[in-house]
Design a binder for this molecule. Structure first.
Ligand code: WTA
Length: 654
């Protein structure tokens, strides 16, 4: 992938902002962007106060920013607000009252549109229902739902009440759900009888039952609220489980928003780190919402006529920030689609774009590569004429996919915003401003005003142009995670322990002579598989939890479609010889422990793993073997050369 980035760059391809687009954009030229950037750098407090001032506050802040990292400053100190007032209430006194806030389409083809007025009423009802279940401000609520309107409603109902939501992606297993609920100490879980995915029903309620019943269950969870989506029969436990349609429908449609402190945790979202245990990334209310509202406005150049379609599931941070909070805080129309992009046929998303008149479309490079593979005939059947802007997120985009996206979907006139950010950063940090920044395929271009990234060496000194190094952020911004839930030491160590005085992203990058960032991917043991973030250690601990497995090492190998594929090297206990079917069985075991997104693409058995003399597994060698069949680099610290010979041999045989 990297080679092609180089080749495109050396050709010097750069796409200036479309003049017709620029003429109407919020930021219309590179000079205007640079002026804004300079102003934000010179007077950050004033700049961020202006951004925060665009939200609705119940009490203004006393100080914009107090403290520095680590452990990170507090933002809008003393201010109080409720996120749903900015996202809903304040639009009700304007013409937007009857504007579509949420347009939803189910996989079977059913649809529902909620205006701001209607969404507000539903959120209030759901908040009353949660309160009736005993949920209080400060409690944690687990949400394990398919992409149905009730997911957005549930998220906002928690925020209305000042309860911290923790959404768990519906593709995670019962075991993964239990771990997250227990770590967060959730008092309640909101789920559904099922969700649709490629015509099949995903049995979410069954997974919740298993999570609450097996392996010690989740003792803090007292209530389960169940949305009826599929009509499948599900077990309802008396006194614990309640139907959403029973409870929510009979509640009052007004609920006074609970104003919380600016630093109050709006949500916890679990993401993969370098150990077997996922990190509960904690986001604040005031700082998070400020940056998410601002970045949505600037990067997507959002205007009132837009119909904004972000394809991410709300189970991931992209769904939190750019399906719910960012668009709604801007009074935009946001689109939510429940199912798979190829159901019933591979033109599903293009049909949605035509049917709804989508103007801004935001998806992942993995999806774009799948669209390319499915063939141009699918988008060709649709007009796509409503589109004016395209975006990507989640992994580096190879220039070929970028060019296809521009040509086939954007019809050569839509700018593409390649947006770099992370669960931890809350919102987009590096991306072109579509009316201002010339785009180079494969580069997320330049930082947003107020954001100060840099590529540095291990010792923290800055790299020169085009020298590869670590991507860090030098100055605080409002939507940085506040802590790792229940583990402040891990927070400090992961993000501030490696390189002093800056936020460490875990990504490798280089910055070219024009100040454009080229993100290469993770430098830690986190991999992006099909745009989903996984820790190799998580998959390893799932594997070694199986009684037959003695040791496991999991690495990523480049994959044309998914960006990275998962390869597991496994040694079995007591010299057991691997039998036919063992790999399939172990893969199923990982799916049970984590979920289908973590299913290894390949499992290789070996009687030993390459280790250093001090006993550390040499992952670099395994990566090379996974990618090209043999180890090419330095092997001088390897303990046992025979191991390498055997591993390389076993891969040559394939
Ligand atoms: C990667 C997703 C290159 C990066 C919002 C980061 C990207 C990780 C880009 C975060 C991009 C995200 N170009 N790489 N435009 N966007 N990444 O937490 O490695 O799921 O550290 O957040 O995705 O993944 P996460």
């Amino acid at each position: 992938m990297e080679k092609s980035i180089e080749s495109v760059q050396s050709e010097g391809r750069s796409f200036a902002a479309d003049p017709a687009f620029a003429a109407r954009a919020r930021v219309r030229s590179l000079a205007e962007y640079e002026a804004l950037y300079a102003r934000a750098s010179q007077n950050p407090d004033e700049f961020w106060a202006e951004r925060a001032g665009e939200l609705a506050w119940e009490r203004p802040w006393d100080a914009v920013c107090e403290g520095d990292f680590p452990p990170g400053p507090r933002w809008f100190v003393g201010g109080r607000l409720n996120a749903t007032v900015s996202c809903l209430d304040r639009h009700l006194s304007t013409w937007r009252r009857n504007k579509a806030a949420l347009i939803w389409e189910g996989e079977p083809g059913d649809a529902r549109t909620l205006t701001y007025h209607e969404l507000h009423r539903e959120v209030c009802r759901a908040a009353n229902a949660l309160a009736a279940l005993g949920v209080k401000t400060g409690d944690r609520v687990g949400i394990y739902l398919p992409m149905v309107p009730e997911l957005a409603i549930a998220v906002l109902a928690c925020a209305r009440l000042g309860a911290t939501h923790s959404v768990v992606f519906g593709g995670f297993s019962a075991d993964a759900l239990r771990d997250r609920m227990n770590d967060a100490g959730a008092v309640c879980v909101i789920t559904a009888d099922g969700g649709y995915r490629r015509g099949k029903v995903v049995p979410l309620k069954q997974a919740v039952d298993e999570a609450l019943r097996e392996k010690g269950g989740s003792p803090t969870v007292k209530k389960v609220l169940v949305v009826r989506r599929t009509g499948e029969a599900v077990a309802m436990s008396e006194g614990r489980d309640l139907w959403w349609h029973d409870l929510v429908a009979r509640q009052s449609s007004s609920f006074a928003p609970v104003a919380v402190d600016s630093e109050h945790p709006l949500f916890i979202l679990y993401t993969s780190g370098t150990t077997g245990k996922p990190k509960g990334v904690v986001h604040s209310t005031g700082g998070y919402l400020t940056h998410v509202a601002y970045s949505t406005q600037l990067v997507f150049d959002l205007r009132d006529e837009d119909t904004f379609f972000c394809t991410a599931d709300i189970g991931w941070v992209t769904g939190h920030s750019y399906v719910i909070y960012g668009p709604l805080a801007n009074g935009a129309t946001t689109v939510m689609y429940e199912g798979a992009p190829d159901t019933p046929e591979p033109d599903r998303l293009w049909r949605i774009i035509d049917r709804l008149g989508v103007t801004v479309f935001y998806t992942a490079p993995t999806a774009i590569r799948a669209f390319m593979r499915w063939g141009d005939q699918w988008p060709a059947r649709c007009s796509l004429a409503s589109l004016r802007l395209l975006g990507t997120v989640g992994e580096p985009i190879n220039p070929e996919a970028w060019m296809w996206y521009r040509r086939t979907i954007g019809k050569e006139h839509c700018p593409i915003v390649d947006t770099w950010w992370q669960t931890e950063t809350g919102g987009i940090l590096i991306a072109p401003l579509p009316g201002a920044t010339p785009q180079k395929p494969g580069s997320c271009t330049r930082p947003l005003p107020g954001i100060h990234p840099e590529v540095v060496r291990r010792d923290g000194t800055p790299c020169v142009a085009n020298e590869g190094g670590y991507l860090v952020v030098k100055r605080p911004w409002p939507s940085l995670l506040r802590t790792v839930w229940g583990d402040p030491a891990r927070f400090e160590k992961s993000y501030f322990g490696e390189i002093k005085g800056v936020y460490f992203t875990g990504d490798g990058a280089r910055c070219d002579g024009d100040g454009y960032f080229w993100v290469m991917g993770r430098v830690d043991d986190v991999i992006n598989v099909a745009g989903h973030r996984l820790g190799t250690a998580e998959v390893e601990s799932a594997l070694v939890a199986h009684p037959w497995v003695a040791e496991a090492a999991v690495v990523g190998r480049p994959d044309e479609l998914k960006g990275q594929a998962l390869v597991a090297f496994v040694t079995l206990r007591g010299g057991r010889t691997p039998a036919d079917g063992d790999a399939v069985m172990l893969a199923a075991h990982v799916v049970k422990e984590i979920g289908a997104i973590a299913r290894p693409d390949e499992i290789r058995f070996s009687d030993a793993l390459p280790k250093t003399r001090s006993g550390k597994i040499m992952r670099r060698l395994l990566k090379e073997i996974a990618a090209c069949g043999h180890a090419e680099g330095d092997i001088t610290t390897l303990e046992d050369l025979n191991v390498l010979a055997k591993l390389s041999m076993s891969s040559d045989e394939e």
